[in-house]
Design a protein around this ligand. Sequence first.
Ligand SMILES: Cc1cc2nc3c(=O)[nH]c(=O)nc-3n(C[C@H](O)[C@H](O)[C@H](O)COP(=O)(O)O)c2cc1C
Length: 188
Amino acid sequence: MKILAFAATNSKNSINSQLVQFASTKFTNATVEFADLNHYEMPIFSIDREIENGIPQLALDFAEKIDRADLILISFAEHNGTYTVAFKNIFDWISRIPGRKAFGEKSIFAMATSTGIRGGKGVLETAIKRFPFNGGNIIADFSLPKFNDNFSIENGITNNEILEEFNLKIEEIKQHFEATPKLILENK
Ligand SMILES: Cc1cc2nc3c(=O)[nH]c(=O)nc-3n(C[C@H](O)[C@H](O)[C@H](O)COP(=O)(O)O)c2cc1C
């Protein structure tokens, strides 16, 4: 299984990046590719720029990464209750590529964390509602509240109750893939 993993933020010391990396360690039989949104910084989407210059190559590159994956792990940072600008800009650009849905009908494990008590639930709920319209099939979701109290770099999620919930989500995802064998079409 090929996994694309990224934190939906551009901060260098991202707590969501730590969470998504922790999640990726649970898929021992997969190859995991991490994407850093800083490598996909583009002009702010505008319809005028699109008409004038077309879709930036970086948006096409990001879409290609999505297309190569069987499963996408995303951990959303929450800025003012919603997506970070860094993520939304990529989302808007890839949603404009002709002939595709932004998330390529891929299975997604959508996570979020913040240092607050809601653990980025606002942005997570926004993604859960919206992604199906953009070809993003969220098969499980998880939010980690109070990151600084419940996570350590050495041990990952440190709160046993929350860890149990997280592990159940991981099992759900693994079962989803076991129950949905990939159709391999043979060229004759
Ligand atoms: C502009 C801005 C807005 C923020 N808004 C929220 C918010 O709405 N809810 C929240 O829980 N945290 C909010 N935060 C705090 C972020 O959750 C915190 O910066 C977190 O580290 C972001 O995730 P990241 O480290 O993965 O980038 C905000 C931070 C910034 C800089």
